[in-house]
Design a protein around this ligand. Structure first.
Ligand SMILES: Cc1cc2nc3c(=O)[nH]c(=O)nc-3n(C[C@H](O)[C@H](O)[C@H](O)COP(=O)(O)O)c2cc1C
Length: 172
């Protein structure tokens, strides 16, 4: 297995908290924990395995008025990056009650960009057990990463992470 980094944003909220929890749980893999605010394409290039953490803020993209400003800077870097030879997984924070029709959309947009740029996407998750109406993160009946809702079902986060980590350990 190659070296691994968790690139996450924004800082100081739910994504940050979950990224830290995930890093602790996979301590044995010695993950680097990198805020996207401080990251460049050179940083992405340094890792064979990348886990992205993102939240959906704004109706469907990060470049709207209330958009996710950290990702507004970093997403163009991701869109221009060649992920060939890299394994990539994504977790996405969202709110399945208030935004049932746009649940974790940004996770999907990010994951699709990685695949378009040659990355091998791992860690897809069945929507079973999630209650929502629609999501851009769904493709072929699967979520393109791990959805997490710290707003309305925080009690499920720990278990969801554990199951996902078991899956990633098979797929990395
Ligand atoms: C203005 C605003 C817009 C949001 N839009 C969405 C959305 O479209 N889809 C979704 O699943 N969650 C949405 N959310 C919920 C956030 O993704 C959720 O609260 C997440 O945990 C925030 O994580 P962060 O604090 O690390 O950014 C929105 C939250 C806010 C405040």
């Amino acid at each position: 297995m190659g070296n691994l980094a968790i690139f996450f944003g924004p800082e100081g909220g739910s994504v940050n908290r979950v990224a830290k929890a995930l890093a602790l749980k996979i301590e044995n893999l010695k993950p680097a924990l990198i805020p996207i605010n401080e990251a460049s394409a050179d940083d992405l290039a340094r890792y064979d395995i990348i886990i992205f953490g993102i939240s959906t803020i704004g109706r469907d993209t990060w470049d709207q008025k209330f958009g996710n400003i950290d990702w507004a800077r970093f997403m163009p870097i991701v869109s221009a990056f060649d992920f060939s030879g890299k394994k990539v997984a994504v977790f996405g924070l969202g709110d399945h009650i208030t935004y049932a029709y746009h649940f974790v959309n940004s996770m999907g947009i990010l994951a699709k960009s990685v695949v378009k740029n040659g990355g091998q996407l791992v860690g897809k998750v069945s929507p079973e057990g999630y209650d929502f109406q629609d999501s851009e993160a769904l493709e072929g009946g699967l979520f393109l990463g791990l959805p997490i809702d710290e707003d309305f079902e925080p009690e499920l986060t720990d278990g969801r992470l554990n199951v996902w980590i078991n899956q990633l350990n098979q797929e990395f």
